[in-house]
Design a protein around this ligand. Structure first.
Ligand code: WQD
Length: 323
């Protein structure tokens, strides 16, 4: 059994690659290094530099490494950028997936794990989002993740691959400082950046219909995301057929105000007061996972809390910014 991990030099991909390798799985990484960092990978994990749009590289990699299963994380993932450059998002996330699935079918790959997102749900109007909550994405990024799931399920059915779609909620934290997210596109690093600049963290809207008026999300440690991939891969390798779609979340909502307070407390900025700004367009009031199905199907549940996410993300931030 050898697993190809696409996007394995990225923030989440490197956590997945390491967790699977440390658990004794044979893994090979494919990454175009557009945002990936080779040093995130241990020496003994082979890295092929290339794109999922390149069928030749795919054919060669699958054959040379005897790949029997794929964990596909390589994708573009910035919502705002997807609104400005939808064609790039459809090319990378959909065409790239279509080429990869074609290579998998030709090579007889039997297992496929797909990195999806809570963005498929759009603006869900429910307390807990289950996998049966209607999928109504509101930006091209979310559209490509939803259409990607359709492609994965259809290809799995047609070519006899067991497939699993993992819908990540709000990922944060790092297993070690050098694996931390280097992008400043999400709440946790955006607050870090403000704190470092001596400026107040921003709260985008405090007039939402939530208890404290700020948006509620389900934050999940990237180590938990990685262990969920390992569980999904092992379930497929153990003979599971058909398709499975599961949320990866803690099932616990945390508001922006609570999150900013925890970040200030954990990083020693107790006296800082955030600044409330207008709502950011396209933000749903509340997105919290039901984690029931993943517990039943994969026997998985989250192990890390919000303070551990913040603490480990801060260690990564400090390592980069104090250097
Ligand atoms: C969280 C909350 C902001 C910064 C996005 C994508 C989603 C997924 C994860 C990939 C929101 C608020 C933020 C700040 C703030 N991506 N905020 N001040 O928007 O829930 O999800 O990333 O799969 O598809 O949409 O995450 O971290 O950007 O924001 O008040 O400085 O924090 O408005 O309510 P989001 P986020």
């Amino acid at each position: 059994m050898t697993w190809l991990i696409t996007g394995g030099a990225g923030y989440i991909g490197a956590h997945v690659a390491r967790a699977m390798a440390e658990a004794g799985e044979r893994v090979v990484v494919l990454d175009d290094l557009s945002t990936g960092i080779p040093e995130r990978l241990p020496q003994d994990v082979p890295l092929v530099t290339g794109s999922t749009l390149d069928r030749q590289v795919l054919d060669r990699t699958l054959a040379e490494h005897g790949v029997t299963g794929v964990v596909h994380l390589a994708a573009k993932k910035q919502v705002a950028e997807s609104v400005e450059q939808p064609l790039m998002y459809y090319r990378e996330n959909i065409h790239g997936l279509e080429v990869l699935l074609g290579a998998c079918a030709a090579a007889g790959v039997k297992h496929f794990v797909f990195s999806s997102s809570a963005a498929v749900y759009g603006m869900p109007d429910v307390d807990l989002v289950t996998e049966d909550t209607p999928c109504l994405p509101i930006n091209p990024y979310g559209e490509t993740k939803l259409a990607g799931e359709w492609l994965v399920r259809a290809a799995g059915k047609a070519y006899g691959m067991g497939t699993t779609c993992l819908r990540y909620f709000n990922v944060a934290g790092a297993a070690r400082p050098e694996l931390a997210d280097v992008g400043v596109f999400n709440l946790v690093p955006m607050v870090f950046e403000k704190l470092d600049a001596g400026e107040p963290p921003m709260v985008f809207g405090a007039d939402y219909p939530t208890p404290d008026g700020t948006c509620i999300r389900d934050y999940i440690h990237v180590r938990d995301i990685a262990s969920a991939h390992l569980a999904a891969a092992r379930r497929l390798a153990g003979g599971a057929t058909g398709d499975l779609t599961v949320n990866i979340g803690r099932g616990e909502g945390v508001s922006v105000t609570e999150m900013v307070q925890r970040i200030c407390a954990v990083t020693g900025h107790e006296d800082v007061q955030p600044k409330v700004l207008d709502r950011r367009p396209g933000d749903p009031a509340r997105v919290v996972a039901s984690a029931a199905r993943i517990r039943e199907e994969l026997g998985w549940s989250a192990q890390y809390d919000v303070d551990e996410m913040i603490d480990s993300a801060w260690a990564g931030w400090r390592a980069r910014h104090d250097a």
